[in-house]
Design a protein around this ligand. Structure first.
Ligand code: GLN
Length: 538
């Protein structure tokens, strides 16, 4: 049986549970163990697909098409292990499964209750789809003490009771604040958080203390004493200079060593930290800066485009430049503002998006990039807008648009049921408009000798999708005559996957989200190439 490591958090949120779990997973994996990471989210949405990224951060998409919490992105980036649908569960999903079963009479007349029915379903999820993994690291979202996370905490308590301490380990991550006025590190919030955890039946085995500065031995002893945890298992995590330092920092604090010791295991080989050291060094010492403008909806939440920001940084690391992201709010952007802002940048990126707000500004920006030969990368919605821009300004289809935004437009982007094989537009009925999303990994064939073919060095690729609308391939020849090439198509040749401009140093739009597959230790070729072009711009 696999060994299960449960990671809870206390005191405040955003302490870096995801990063801690991902770093631990990397360390265990690099010592020869097979690891799986899972996330349990206490909200009532069935999955985060319907949640605004501006509230909850980006929706991360897996190979198998699950719309998941952004922490799964951290997991993938740090461990290079692709997550699956079964690696993320929410309270909403658990309840909806249980209620569905109840409606079908699946509980044989019993009263259906949180304990045992909800907790049983959670325990099923914890074990589901696990084969020969050595470790399963399960992160519980939220903060201990919240009403919402209680069923999860209760379920992991039961799980540990059923499978024994030799197969389960509890890690609790807390905050250890430093009070400037008294020049002191305070352990009381940690003590209270552990007290809270113990009151619902869980004694942590390891406490990770997030702190702005190193915690003196005396304070660690205090935490050990009051929280009933051996001193060696009170691990500090001081703010790192870059997230890529996290695995190194946890290794230095012996987190992996204590975990292995707890399970009476030895490392099969020594942890390989050199790739992290290498990229930390590049990130901290790179002087050259490349400015990339991103036009999107930014309501202050920096995690709204987490994977994208990361992928750009990876591209920068690969080119030994620092990528400076210039975030431009797409609302109310006028032409002169756009021109002014884009004049001083080396690349333009239009990310994925939904809805009409801010689209005209994006289209004007794309026009600028096309005409002024500014490197441009359009992702999903960004590619769709590039098609609209080109259709309006080069093909002179004045009413060109996306039917997502304007039902009366000429849909150069739309649901595929809006046109027939001859390019004749069939207006979708309300029913038809509820097309489903294309989610997860899809193959694309790349055209020989195209820019995209040179970038990927491959004829076929597989990338992750998350969209409902498609570019109208009936107009392919018209676009190509004017120099916009459909250089990547779905295997059946029906759906345009990639567009690129001839006679432009770097202008590419992709219908998928390459950012979900970029990893710091293996940067995505598209982002590396984009940043390289930006580096050479002007
Ligand atoms: N809104 C567009 C669609 O559904 C693009 C989605 C995206 O950018 N992920 O097709």
């Amino acid at each position: 049986m696999a060994r299960y490591i449960f990671v809870t958090g206390g005191v405040v949120s955003s302490l870096g549970k995801g990063l801690s779990s991902a770093s631990l997973a990397y360390l265990l994996k690099s010592q020869g163990y097979k690891v799986r990471l899972r996330k349990m989210d206490p909200y009532l949405n069935v999955d985060p697909g319907t949640m605004s990224p501006f509230q909850h951060g980006e929706v991360f998409v897996t190979d198998d098409g699950a719309e998941t919490d952004l922490d799964l992105g951290h997991y993938e980036r740090f461990t290079n292990i692709s997550s699956k649908q079964s690696d993320n569960i929410t309270t909403g999903r658990i309840y909806s499964d249980v209620i569905k079963k109840e409606r079908k009479g699946g509980y044989l007349g019993k009263t259906v209750q949180v304990i045992p029915h909800i907790t049983n379903r959670i325990k099923e999820f914890i074990k589901k789809d696990i084969t020969n993994e050595d470790f399963v690291i399960c992160e519980i979202g939220g903060t201990v003490g919240d009403i919402e996370s209680l069923p999860f905490v209760e379920a992991i308590r039961q799980f540990s009771n059923e499978h024994g301490k030799s197969k389960t380990l509890f890690i609790h991550l807390t905050f250890v604040p430093f009070l400037k006025s008294s020049d002191e590190i305070k352990t009381k919030p940690t003590q209270h958080s552990v007290k809270e955890l113990r009151s619902i039946g869980i004694q942590p085995d390891i406490i990770i203390c997030r702190s702005q500065q190193s915690i003196p031995l005396d304070q660690r002893k205090k935490i050990s004493l009051f929280c009933n945890v051996p001193i060696d298992n009170v691990i500090e995590t001081v703010d790192v200079r870059t997230i890529y330092e996290a695995p190194i920092s946890f290794f230095n604090q012996k987190l992996d060593k204590q975990v292995l010791k707890y399970f009476k295991l030895k490392s099969k080989k020594s942890a390989n930290l050199s790739p992290w050291k290498k990229i930390t060094n590049i990130v901290l010492n790179t002087k050259k800066i490349v400015d990339i403008a991103i036009i999107g909806k930014y309501v202050n939440l920096k995690d709204a485009y987490k994977s994208l920001d990361e992928a750009l940084i990876h591209g920068g690391i690969n080119n030994k430049v620092k990528v400076n992201l210039i975030r431009i709010e797409s609302d109310n952007l006028n032409k002169s503002e756009i021109n002014k802002k884009l004049k001083n940048v080396s690349g333009l990126l239009i990310p994925g998006g939904f809805g009409k707000r801010g689209t005209e500004g994006k289209i004007s920006a794309i026009k600028y990039a096309r005409e002024k030969k500014l490197p441009f990368l359009g992702i999903c919605f960004g590619m769709q807008m590039a098609i609209v821009e080109f259709a309006r300004n080069k093909l002179k289809i004045k009413k060109a648009g996306s039917s997502e935004l304007d039902k009366k437009c000429y849909p150069v982007v739309g649901l595929i049921n809006e046109w027939d094989k001859n390019g004749k537009i069939i207006k979708g009925t309300d029913k038809n408009l509820g097309g489903t999303m294309r989610l997860g990994l899809y193959e694309a064939k790349l055209r020989n000798n195209s820019a995209i073919n040179r970038i990927y060095k491959s004829k076929t690729i597989n990338e992750r999708h998350r969209h409902r609308y498609e570019v109208n391939s009936n107009l392919k020849n018209k676009f190509e005559e004017k120099g916009l090439i459909f250089s990547g198509m779905s295997p059946d040749n029906k759906l345009p996957e990639i567009i690129e401009l001839e006679n432009h140093p770097w202008f590419i739009g992709v219908q998928f989200h390459p950012e979900f597959k970029s990893r710091p230790l293996s940067p995505h070729p598209l982002f590396s190439s984009f940043i390289k072009a930006a580096k050479n711009h002007k």
